[in-house]
Design a protein around this ligand. Structure first.
Ligand code: SAM
Length: 338
């Protein structure tokens, strides 16, 4: 089930133009992300390609709204992982039974930060991460090797398809920020998780929403959630929200999990907080990376995105900038005797 994979090449990130931020100069020009020069307009051929991307990603493998093979996305998720796990109070802040677990799976694990942290902290646990991205799995494997982790494993796998694991394989299945699934695909995935989790085992899901005082950032979030609604990946009918936190518990119950519970965490990204600088870079890369998706579904244009991204960067530098990210973790158990 392991596929061949490319070597992860960080030189792409290091070559990106740098601007605006005196303290943390890693903002990447959107023009670099799409190999464009500022001010150019899209050709008809490029526009058609972008429209196709709304449902058919450049990697041609997933409905994810960013190119999962891009080095920029790998770098963004590495940065994001650093503050998310901490903000959530640790790896499994709601659980006290981890020592009794032996096999854990992380769905859509990205560059594998959570998997490697679990493997490092609990050497007795065998932890596997799966993701659609060859590049991220290659990065995760080589980092785990450098760390000397022989209990962390990574596989390229599509979580919207049947999972390549035997029945009752895992004590716990985790997934954080996989809200690029339609309702139908969520239902299918949760059935698959039910099959591969042992009776009494746990499925644990974390999703998020964010709010800020920056008009440009809010406009970008509004365009993002509206685009997600258009492709059936938002569960909030009107307000500019992804709405996935709203439906997690219902999805778990509908799939047959019992003892469904949830806990919320909030991260403050406002100016002068510890998470402020990482948040700025992660948010910039998030919106820049999703430009082809937003343009493809007709939410915006390249020119408008350039303007909003510039405006966002200026607004988040203001002394009164405030931002919060709210995360909800919901979990349930596979009934005994199933
Ligand atoms: C927002 S990131 C979250 C990464 C990680 N769970 C975390 O919290 O840091 C979503 C991840 O899902 C992966 N992904 C997208 N579509 C997928 C699919 N169909 N199957 C498996 N992984 C997928 C992407 O490559 C990306 O790494």
């Amino acid at each position: 089930m392991t596929k061949g994979c490319k070597e992860f090449n960080t030189s792409f990130i290091l070559q990106a133009p740098i601007h605006l931020d005196k303290n943390h100069p890693i903002a990447i020009e959107p023009s670099t992300l799409y190999n464009r020069t500022r001010g150019n307009t899209f050709t008809e051929q490029e526009k058609r390609k972008q429209a196709t991307m709304a449902t058919e990603h450049p990697s041609n493998k997933t409905d994810y709204f960013i190119d999962a093979e891009s080095a920029t996305e790998t770098a963004r998720l590495i940065d994001q992982d650093h503050f998310l796990t901490e903000a959530m109070g640790g790896l499994f802040s709601e659980r006290s039974d981890i020592a009794t677990m032996h096999f854990i799976l992380d769905l859509g694990c990205g560059p594998g930060g959570w998997v490697r942290d679990v493997a490092f902290t609990y050497p007795q646990i065998e932890v596997t991460g799966i993701d659609i991205s060859d590049a991220m799995m290659a990065y995760a494997r080589s980092f785990a090797k450098v760390q000397g982790l022989n209990n962390a494993f990574f596989e390229v796998m599509d979580i919207s398809k049947p999972l390549d694991f035997p029945d009752n394989s895992f004590d716990l299945v985790n997934a954080r920020l996989i809200a690029f699934l339609t309702q139908e695909k969520w239902a299918q995935l949760l059935q698959e998780c039910m099959r591969i989790t042992r009776p009494g085992g746990v499925i644990r899901l974390t999703e998020c929403e964010a709010i800020t005082t920056s008009p440009a950032t809010e406009m970008l979030f509004t365009k993002f959630t509206s685009a997600m609604r258009k492709v059936g990946q938002s569960f909030s009918p009107v307000r500019p929200l992804l709405g996935s936190t709203l439906v997690l518990s219902r999805f778990l119950r509908a799939a047959g999990y019992t003892n469904v519970q949830h806990v919320a965490h909030v991260v403050d990204f406002s100016v002068n907080t510890e998470a402020y600088n990482p948040f700025r870079h992660v948010t910039y890369a998030l919106f820049a990376g999703m430009e082809p998706f937003l343009v493809g579904v007709g939410e915006t244009t390249h020119e408008e995105m350039q303007q909003l991204l510039q405006q966002m960067q200026l607004e988040v530098l203001q002394d009164d900038f405030c931002a919060l990210m709210y995360l909800l973790t919901a979990w349930g158990e596979k009934p005994q005797g199933t």
